[in-house]
Ligand binder design. Sequence first.
Ligand SMILES: *[C@@H]1O[C@H](CO)[C@@H](O)[C@H](O)[C@H]1NC(C)=O
Ligand SMILES: *[C@@H]1O[C@H](CO)[C@@H](O)[C@H](O)[C@H]1NC(C)=O
Ligand SMILES: *[C@@H]1O[C@H](CO)[C@@H](O)[C@H](O)[C@H]1NC(C)=O
Length: 432
Amino acid sequence: MRLTGGRLQPLGCVLALSLMALVLWEIPGAWALDNGLAMTPTMGWLHWERFMCNTDCTEEPDSCISENLFMQMADLMDSDGWKEVGYEYLCIDDCWMAPQRDSKGRLQADPKRFPSGIRHLSNYVHSKGLKLGIYADVGKKTCAGYPGSLGHYDIDAETFADWGVDLLKFDGCHCDTVEQLADGYKHMSLSLNKTGRSIVYSCEWPLYMWPFKKPNYTEIRQYCNHWRNFGDIYDSWQSVKSILDWTSSNQRTVVSAAGPGGWNDPDMLVIGNFGLSWDQQITQMALWAIMAAPLFMSNDLRHISLQAKTLLQNKDVIAINQDPLGKQGYLLRKEDNIEVWERPLSKLAWAVAVVNLQEIGGPRSYTISLASLGQGVACNPACHITELLPVKTKLGFYEWTSFVKTRINPTGTVLLQLKNFTTETNGAKDLK
Ligand SMILES: *[C@@H]1O[C@H](CO)[C@@H](O)[C@H](O)[C@H]1NC(C)=O
Ligand SMILES: *[C@@H]1O[C@H](CO)[C@@H](O)[C@H](O)[C@H]1NC(C)=O
Ligand SMILES: *[C@@H]1O[C@H](CO)[C@@H](O)[C@H](O)[C@H]1NC(C)=O
């Protein structure tokens, strides 16, 4: 704690600070990348987990990485309610490029799969009221072996800006040293800024840094709008669980780095695919909201069940993800294979997720003392509790000294929202 001018801090202030320390852990500088973007976590669609590096348009014309795929997804994002609930960025991942730069040294799209070019695609995407994301790599090559941006940061940023691109996912494969990696991520951030175009900058800097040294999140936040910390997601419960485990194990380092303008990115939503049960899909949606995660779906919007669509378009859960306070939630406690996560929201509200990690047996009951939630204040003096997932249910009015009982399916989650009772009832008056 800093001493100001040799004067003693008032006692109240000292107490408040020590209470805050319970939640704030490592406190990075508040400064986020100053491009005015990602004030809430970015939402959209990203091709990787579902379509990977499928370049065979002869055998698989409907699922190869091509302009047709993105135009079809753009149509559906517009017509099927995705845009309306906030999914705005339609993002291309690796394998869109031709194997060589053009004669002027610029990246170019594969001429067979993107015959009209990226400029045309971005016009199309913009005409649907959406934004276009693209992919490149900080090193010599992309992860799939296409041209990397090393030594070409300025020209690549200018190319993307010329094309009307709105987001860059910048991967970290094929760097020689961690210095090269860090310098490259910073350089590209400045190159994007110099173009004058608003481009969300999605980094993988900490993911590639961790094996060598602990990333400096204060610094990363100054250059990136979101950053991947952990390996790629797969369409499996094992994968979702490993991301949650990594995040809770490292929450003292990463949670406080998140805030308006910069977010931890636990990777894509795989809801609507093949690998997760219904309960596991609920868990992913609930926990991605608790973690203030960017919400990039990777699925096939042409073939998605109504159930998965309803979950992905759940406005109450999206509102938690997009809460303007912008504080990431964290694991509060774990006992007997039940995890309780909580996230502070604006207007003194809290979100609480109770996850049942026991992969045997049936639904389990778990009772929570309300006084133990939200540093003791979430339900003080009383609160209204609504269960948002699996099924929206008003649970009603609770006092601080009372308990709430949940019942959670194996690998499923119950997501609750707690609203300060006094604030809520006074809310209407305050608005006048
Ligand atoms: C570039 O950075 C400056 C200073 O940080 C900021 O004011 C400006 O809005 C940025 N421009 C873009 C296009 O991000
Ligand atoms: C992390 O980066 C910030 C901003 O660049 C810097 O002020 C700080 O000293 C760095 N911290 C460490 C531990 O290197
Ligand atoms: C709930 O609202 C009341 C009245 O606005 C306030 O006195 C009380 O401190 C609030 N509770 C919390 C936990 O902030």
